[in-house]
Design a protein around this ligand. Structure first.
Ligand SMILES: [Zn+2]
Length: 265
């Protein structure tokens, strides 16, 4: 199974998270794709700092653009860097979104399988599938960069408490989906990744990648709302973005030998 298209969507989503970071927001972002036209029709990014509103999560920003519009949510797929929180997971279910793809789990508030399974709980009707693991390390790395620079600019750094955010290693890759869901959505040929815990998904079996490989300036410039709301995109930004992430090898292992840079304001 070729997952290139999903990786491309998630790479774009991760880049939007980076643009949010450049705007001093927590780097969590999402895109919404219409499966009928195969086009990105909305984007969202955490907007809690500037708006001083703790509920302005990426998913809400992306979805509120459809207010008063006649939208068939069953045609829409959401890609989000971090697992939707319990609040957003519930909202997505009420709207009857078709499907969600997320990068890394949300250990504190995850509503798509990590803490609660709002998406699949069969007490209610209209469940949705939520598939994890595409660009997982990149989603984590982006968040780490945010917390490191936030800590370093704090009047009294508390890095001692959170020193694990600077460690290189990523937490084990534990999938929140069932084996059957994994096979159906990510391919039986990748089951080793599901079972192993130390390997990452790659777009094509036995082929490595770096998240920046999927980004093209001209394509990013055409993403709706992105430049208007988060500022111009340059090739230099794409390169700086790329320098933050480890490549993933063909066997799914993380290339820790690579030198990655730390984000600085
Ligand atoms: Zn949320």
């Amino acid at each position: 199974m070729d997952l290139t298209e999903h990786f491309k969507c998630m790479a774009i989503t991760t880049f939007i998270g980076y643009k949010a970071l450049l705007n001093n927001e927590t780097p969590v972002a999402c895109i919404i794709k219409d499966i009928k036209t195969n086009k990105i029709i909305s984007i969202g990014y955490n907007y809690t700092n500037k708006s001083l509103n703790g509920t302005q999560h990426a998913e809400f920003i992306a979805l509120q653009r459809f207010k008063n519009k006649n939208i068939n949510y069953n045609d829409l797929v959401l890609y989000v860097t971090v697992e939707p929180c319990i609040m957003c997971a519930s909202y997505l279910r009420q709207l009857r979104i078709r499907k969600v793809y997320f990068g890394c789990g949300n250990d504190r508030f995850g509503g798509n399988g990590t803490i609660l399974s709002i998406h699949s709980d069969n007490l209610l009707n209209s469940t949705y599938q939520s598939i994890c693991g595409i660009c997982r390390t990149e989603a984590i790395q982006l968040l780490r960069n945010f917390y490191i620079q936030e800590n370093e600019s704090a009047p009294t750094p508390k890095l001692k408490k959170n020193k694990d955010i600077e460690s290189k290693l990523f937490p084990p890759n534990q999938f929140t989906i069932t084996k059957e869901e994994f096979i159906y959505n990510l391919g039986e040929e990748r089951l080793r990744i599901f079972e192993d815990g130390s390997l990452e998904l790659t777009p094509r079996l036995n082929e490595g990648y770096n998240v920046k490989d999927f980004l093209k300036l001209e394509e990013l410039k055409r993403i709706p709302f992105l430049e208007q709301e988060l500022g111009d995109i340059t090739q230099q930004q794409i390169d700086s973005f790329g320098s933050l992430f480890y490549s993933i090898e063909g066997d799914g292992s993380i290339n820790y030998e690579m030198v990655v840079l730390k984000y600085t304001t």
